[in-house]
Write a new protein. Structure first.
Length: 431
């Protein structure tokens, strides 16, 4: 059934593109070039109050150089900038500091690939500023630097206030605090911490935002770190450590499970059974855990599967991991939003599992309705963890998302829609 609907959507897209091609010709001069007719005005884009892309401790470049928007009358209108950026991002290994630290911001890649000038950038950023998409303009000097291709100058000019630019590379604060990086001194890290504190405020050093390694490094740098209580089920561990999801419990015999839980109650921390002991006791493979986790698009909970099957899960869950938790909250909120659309539009008989559909896929099945869009955005504002984004913009990018349906997973499309780093599955996104 889903394949049939996709085929119908593809046909509609083709017809739409043909129609758009005809309209484009109406704005062409007698040389065949599209004219810049000021009478052709597109709807104003909504204001977006976004100041970070990857979240506290993980920012590399200032968001205005990473967050590219489709703005009428600028170089983004006629070019497939999103697919270009996506392919560029995929060329770097986010697990390698050597690789990712050498990545220049998205705007620099576009400048190189599209042979942009500082005039092109000025037109784009001026339009963004006037439309409320950004609240500060890059200086003319920075725009000239971006199109120069000078990696050292670009890194220095575009680095986020919480990151360190050095010799053409940019290191996030998390990288600086968790890994020993050759050639970077404690004084440089300390200066980066101070810059980040000025940007984020005193909350930066609250323990709920820090891993154990980061705390140790900050303490070594002379900062006072106070450890908070991490969960409610025991005084030592986050609650997920002592919670076995029902989807995993369903894999084992109920009588044996009850017996195991009874014997697991007497633990040193007082929390009873834990997820790491459970998967070992019942021989739940890591591959099976990942399969279930991905099938639920990360909504299962705060489970770092690599850590659970690693050597020290107890130590991992003795810390709060707000970035990880925020990802789970966002995934759950997206699932709730999709469930509302399916119910409101009478699609529950067909959409029996919202995890098999992206939000964009559900929305483009129904006609655009401004009143309903406003209702969805109001509902979205009540959800914890989901960054605000424009439902209307999904309709504006209908052709783009339709093309993606056969190429990308619903999870990847949902992350793209909500402005998060794109991963094909929750396991890769949450590890």
């Amino acid at each position: 059934m889903k394949k049939i609907i996709f085929a119908l959507l593809s046909l509609i897209l083709c017809l739409t593109l043909i129609a758009c091609g005809g309209k484009a010709n109406e704005n062409a001069d007698n040389t065949g070039n599209v004219t810049n007719d000021s009478a052709v005005v597109t709807e104003k884009l909504p204001e977006r109050n976004i100041t970070e892309i990857y979240g506290i401790f993980n920012e590399q470049y200032d968001f205005i150089y990473e967050d590219i928007c489709l703005v009428p009358g600028t170089f983004t209108q006629q070019n497939p900038v999103y697919s270009m950026i996506e392919k560029y991002e995929e060329s770097f290994d986010r697990g390698s500091i050597e690789s990712i630290s050498s990545r220049l911001p998205a705007i620099c890649h576009l400048a190189k690939e599209l042979s942009l000038t500082d005039v092109d950038l000025n037109e784009y950023y001026t339009a963004c500023f006037e439309m409320g998409i950004i609240d500060i303009m890059p200086s003319n000097e920075i725009m000239k630097t971006i199109v120069s291709g000078d990696a050292v100058a670009i890194a220095s000019a575009c680095a986020h206030p919480s990151a360190l630019a050095k010799e053409g590379k940019v290191y996030t604060l998390r990288q600086l605090l968790e890994v020993e990086i050759s050639g970077i001194s404690d004084d440089e890290i300390r200066a980066t911490v101070e810059s980040a504190k000025n940007y984020y405020g005193s909350e930066l050093l609250k323990s709920e935002f820090l891993s154990e390694r980061m705390k140790e490094k900050l303490s070594a740098l002379g900062y006072e770190i106070v450890k908070d209580k991490v969960g409610t089920l025991c005084t030592v561990h986050a609650d997920e450590y002592h919670t076995i999801p029902s989807e995993l419990e369903a894999l084992v015999d109920s009588a044996k499970l009850s017996e195991w839980k009874a014997n697991a109650e007497d633990t040193e921390c007082g929390g009873g059974a834990n997820i790491a002991d459970f998967v070992k006791a019942f021989d739940i493979s890591k591959e099976k855990f990942i399969e279930i986790y991905n099938s639920l698009n990360g909504t299962l909970g705060h489970y770092n599967i690599d850590e659970i099957y690693g050597d020290a899960p107890d130590a991992y869950y003795s810390e709060k991991h707000p970035t990880f938790i925020a990802e789970v909250e966002a995934d759950r909120a997206m699932a709730a939003l999709k469930a509302k659309v399916a119910e409101d539009k009478g699609m529950t008989d067909f959409v029996t599992n919202v995890h098999e559909f992206s939000l964009a896929e559900l929305l483009i099945m129904v006609d655009k309705d401004d009143a309903y869009i406003a209702e969805l955005e109001e509902f979205m504002s009540t959800l914890v963890g989901l960054r605000g984004f424009s439902i209307g913009e999904i309709y504006d990018r209908k052709d783009e998302f339709t093309r993606m349906l056969s190429k990308r997973t619903p999870y990847a499309i949902d992350r793209m829609v909500s402005g998060r780093a794109v991963f094909e599955n929750a396991y890769d996104a949450h590890k």
